[in-house]
Design a binder for this molecule. Sequence first.
Ligand SMILES: Nc1ncnc2c1ncn2[C@@H]1O[C@H](COP(=O)(O)OP(=O)(O)O)[C@@H](O)[C@H]1O
Ligand SMILES: O=C(O)[C@@H](O)C(=O)COP(=O)(O)O
Length: 421
Amino acid sequence: MTIALGCIADDFTGATDLASTLVKQGMSVIQINGIPKQPIALNEAEAVVIALKSRTTPVEQAITESLEALQWLLNQGAMQIFFKYCSTFDSTDQGNIGPVTEALMYALEETFTIACPAFPTNGRTLYQGHLFVGNCLLSESGMRDHPLTPMRDANLVSVLDRQTKGNVGLIPWTTVNQGVTAIQDAIKKLKQDNIQHAIVDAITDQDLINIGHACADLKLITGGSGIAMGLPDNFRRKKSVGNSEAHFPLNLPGNTAVLAGSCSLATIEQVATARKQWPAFPIDAISLADNDRLVDEILQWSEQHVENSPILIYSTASATEVTHIQSVLGRAEAGEMVEVAMGKIAQGLLERGVRKLVVAGGETSGAVVQALGVNAMEIGPEIAPGVPWCRTLGDPNILLALKSGNFGDKHFFLKAVEQLK
Ligand SMILES: Nc1ncnc2c1ncn2[C@@H]1O[C@H](COP(=O)(O)OP(=O)(O)O)[C@@H](O)[C@H]1O
Ligand SMILES: O=C(O)[C@@H](O)C(=O)COP(=O)(O)O
């Protein structure tokens, strides 16, 4: 059995977001964390999403890992490749979206691809190449203060142009709105004009479905999870996928914990809501640097509470606090230190009987999933758009919800735990 769609996600929350979108459209999907070192039972999966932690790694490393993932997916028979990045186009001027896209195109001998991060259900829309988050431009949204990838330019044609060797064009909404054939004609025209990358406007789910249908014959598609909505139909037309429904019970015995390492606005609100309900431990990043016993102290604290209630452990802090912490510790160093601590805390929590874990933040989720050695997962019911419960395949046997920093309303953590009842 070969797979139809092969996906490479540049972070772990993004991977579950994409996998959940494909599952909702009737594809059977397995998420694999990292490039598999041993054979993995794909259980008739029609799509595989390989989760990498390549959004903020050095460009060369992101390219190498993405190409390894590509080769693995092609070896499984993937007919089309999807490169998933953030719906807020999280990247720096050096990359990694542009360089990884170009490396994948080169390896696939493809001369053209699209870039469309739009995700209207979560408020990300694209018009005239400009990305909006809710009612503001990306550059005026909370993303301008992201700890690792501050986004200060909403014009994605310019952003991608700074990251690529090839030429970047636009398929404007006036074209997208005319439907599949108009989008296909625009792609033909851009190719004739020696354009290699097209930012594609999208405002509604119907736009995304039409774009997905128009791209059935591209070897590589890049974007957010929204653009994947139209892809399962393409394969269904070719009779290479069926109609699956993903369901598994959320009744695993064991304790429940939430780890928040995201400093995004949605997570800040979610932490503020949950800490009123549950025992909560705030991690002070500067103390973490000074006190090598802090992780043990947090785990001792968890032992006093975790049998009786869900617990919350968070490093979430405001933009002002993060700026101060980074001025003391360094941007990358602070991020890395908190991620390593979150990984160790997750390991300690599992040793203390936690079997249901919510993690907030893409980099944080990557650090936690890698520390726990979770190789693969299947996708279950959605808690909020883009955030499903997942069940691990193999050891450790746990339920995981990996929440993108900016997804979910302020009750998200409470809702996630409520679903377990
Ligand atoms: N208090 C803090 N100060 C500085 N950096 C932090 C703090 N808390 C978390 N971080 C780091 O910020 C980054 C947040 O990224 P991520 O987990 O991807 O969240 P998001 O999904 O919101 O982007 C991580 O590298 C994390 O370790
Ligand atoms: O597309 C999205 O917004 C998410 O799927 C995603 O990639 C989340 O990344 P983080 O905000 O870093 O969790």
